[in-house]
Design a protein around this ligand. Structure first.
Ligand SMILES: [Zn+2]
Length: 69
């Protein structure tokens, strides 16, 4: 079985994950648009094997939560 990839966007302040999207070739345009949007918002984009995303998601960005308080 081929490995699947995903893009994740990381917060530059805390290195936590703010977004993850599967790199699905059938939805290449949507994926490219999403990634471009996050790059435009100054997030750090990484391409990873999608199974590792599940582990990484324990490490989500908490900055926005803190800012709301
Ligand atoms: Zn953060």
């Amino acid at each position: 079985m081929a490995e699947k990839y995903a893009y994740i966007a990381r917060c530059r302040k805390c290195n936590g994950i703010v977004m993850a999207t599967v790199d699905n070739p059938r939805h290449r345009e949507v994926v490219a648009e999403t990634v471009a949007e996050y790059i435009g918002n100054d997030y750090f984009i990484e391409r990873v094997v999608s199974t590792s995303v599940i582990k990484e998601f324990e490490n989500t960005c908490m900055c926005e939560v803190e800012e709301r308080e």
